[in-house]
Design a protein around this ligand. Structure first.
Ligand code: FES
Ligand code: FES
Length: 177
C-alpha cells in the first residue's frame, strides 16, 4: 500500500501513444491528462461528477475523468478529444457538431464529443430518446441542446451511410441532399 508522498509508476496509452510516468497515487485522471501530459482539451467544470466536461474514453467506455484515479488507468487505453481528428481532418462527429453549430462557448464540447463516441460505438442508429439519455450526464451551460441532438443524429446517419463529411458538405452545397 503506497504511503502519502510515495509515487507509483503507471503505463497508459493515450490517443495511441504510450506514456510511462511516476505519479502520486491520489492524482485524478483528469489532472494526469491536463497537467502531466498537457492534454488540456479535457475540461474541468465541476470536479464533482456532475457536468461531464471531463469525459474521456477509458478502455472504450466513457468515464468522467474527475472521478477516476490515474492509477486506475494503468495498463489501459485512454482516448481524449485530441485523439479524434486524424491527419488534420476532423472526426465525423466533430464535423457534425461544427456543421450543426452545436456549440457556443465550447466548454462542454469535448465531453459531449466523447460521450457521443461512446454512444455511436455501441448504438450506431440511436433514437432521439437514446441520444438524450446518452448525453444526460453532459451539462451545457449555454443550453444549445437542440443543435447537439441534431448533430449526434446526423453523425449517426453519416456513419451509417459511410458518407465522408466533406462529400456530404459538397452535396449539400450543390443542393443534392
Ligand atoms: S469536471 Fe468531471 S464531471 Fe464535471
Ligand atoms: S457550449 Fe458553452 S457550456 Fe456548452
Amino acid at each position: 500500500m503506497p504511503e502519502a508522498g510515495d509515487r507509483v509508476a503507471i503505463r497508459v496509452t493515450v490517443n495511441g501513444k504510450r506514456h510511462e510516468q511516476e505519479i502520486e497515487p491520489r492524482q485524478l485522471l483528469v489532472d494526469y491528462l491536463r497537467e502531466t501530459l498537457g492534454l488540456t482539451g479535457t475540461h474541468i467544470g465541476c470536479d464533482t461528477s456532475f457536468c461531464g466536461a471531463c469525459t474521456v474514453l477509458l478502455n472504450g467506455a466513457s468515464v468522467k475523468s474527475c472521478t477516476v484515479l490515474a492509477v486506475h488507468a494503468d495498463q489501459g487505453e485512454v482516448t481524449t478529444v485530441e485523439g479524434l481528428a486524424k491527419d488534420g481532418e476532423l472526426h465525423p462527429i466533430q464535423q457534425a457538431f461544427k456543421d450543426h453549430y452545436a456549440l457556443q462557448c465550447g466548454y462542454c464540447t469535448p465531453g459531449l464529443l466523447m460521450s457521443t463516441c461512446h454512444l455511436l460505438a455501441r448504438n450506431p442508429s440511436p433514437t432521439q430518446r437514446e441520444i438524450r439519455k446518452a448525453i444526460a450526464g453532459n451539462c451545457c451551460r449555454c443550453t444549445g441542446y437542440q443543435n447537439v441532438f441534431d448533430a449526434i443524429a446526423d453523425a449517426a446517419k453519416r456513419a451509417a451511410a459511410d458518407v465522408p463529411p466533406e462529400a456530404e458538405r459538397a452535396a449539400t452545397s450543390a443542393g443534392e441532399r
